[in-house]
Design a protein around this ligand. Structure first.
Ligand SMILES: [Zn+2]
Length: 296
């Protein structure tokens, strides 16, 4: 993306973490005005989506982590079909749930929902995931179970011919080993999102043809900053990870963000005013400043 002409061709679709509409402590709650279980302001989810669009964010991809949560995401997508889309897949924290019975039942249901969503035109389903290996969190699903779920779901993704939505945490070598044999059968490739690993890991993933996106977690250490600078522009994607994963606007970063179109004022959640942003709650409209930071 080296010229001004190229920039005009950029399209932006943001990625949000799971919204978990049925849980008491959830990211979705923040858009309902609820923080730590207490209602501070009226819901402003629709305004947040509208603001995203006003700032050029055309789509928001809601991340799915389990079958049950896929149905929660689907309800939101059906309510806001012009902007919201979703992924479908089982996150490694929930990998053990797949095999609580025979495994086949859950995977068949996942495949069936995938087919059902893909039958719609346009389909709300834009990628398969979030699938990954997460060796930093083995309390709910051990490595063996995570790897089994990863392979079983890669098989489904090949059948559906969807791009992959991946996350790699403390597991790059195993992800690369497992995924390599699948990628030739997945011509639409995939994205490793929220990337916060090393430069060498990033380059290994890029060599497989995968895209890389980051958010606030990618800018925390000098080593990560060095990694971010080396992401090839034709593989780089952006995401805010709203409502979490804000980029801390320190003195190194603020000058880049200052180049972007100004954002509405920000106030604490207890002093909410409709049409303004909430301090500490990330939003997709911030992507325009982050674009400068990521050099595109
Ligand atoms: Zn993730």
């Amino acid at each position: 993306m080296s010229t001004a002409t190229d920039l005009s061709r950029l399209h932006y679709a943001d990625i949000w973490p799971p919204l978990f509409t049925t849980e008491s402590y959830s990211s979705y709650n923040q858009f309902q005005g609820i923080y730590r279980g207490k209602q501070y302001h009226e819901p402003d989810f629709a305004e947040v989506l509208q603001r995203a669009q006003e700032y050029g964010c055309q789509k928001i991809i809601l991340t799915t982590t389990t079958l049950a949560r896929a149905h929660e995401n689907l309800k939101i997508v059906q309510q806001y079909p012009d902007i919201c889309t979703m992924t479908l897949g089982v996150h490694p924290y929930h990998a053990a749930e797949i095999y609580q019975t025979d495994g086949k039942t859950y995977l068949d249901a996942l495949r069936a929902l995938c087919n059902e969503l893909l039958a719609h035109s346009p389909s709300p389903l834009v990628a398969f995931g979030e699938i990954r290996l997460d060796y930093a969190y083995l309390q709910r699903s051990d490595k063996e179970t995570q790897q089994r779920a990863f392979r079983d779901q890669l098989d489904i993704a090949v059948g559906m011919q969807l791009p992959l939505f991946l996350h790699v945490r403390d597991s790059c070598a195993d992800v690369v080993e497992i995924i390599t044999s699948y990628l030739s059968r997945l011509p639409r490739g995939g994205l490793v999102h929220s990337f916060a690993g090393t430069k060498d890991e990033m380059l290994q993933l890029v060599a497989l043809g995968l895209g890389i996106s980051g958010n606030g977690v990618s800018f925390r250490t000098e080593e990560q900053l060095e990694m971010v600078k080396r992401i090839p522009l034709d593989r780089l994607q952006l995401e805010t990870g709203a409502p979490w994963c804000e980029i801390v606007e320190d003195e190194r970063i603020a000058p880049f963000l200052a180049r972007a179109r100004p954002l509405p004022p920000t106030r604490k959640h207890g002093k909410f005013i409709r049409g303004q942003m909430v301090k500490g709650r990330n939003e997709s409209c911030r992507w325009r400043g982050w674009r400068w930071l990521w050099r595109v």
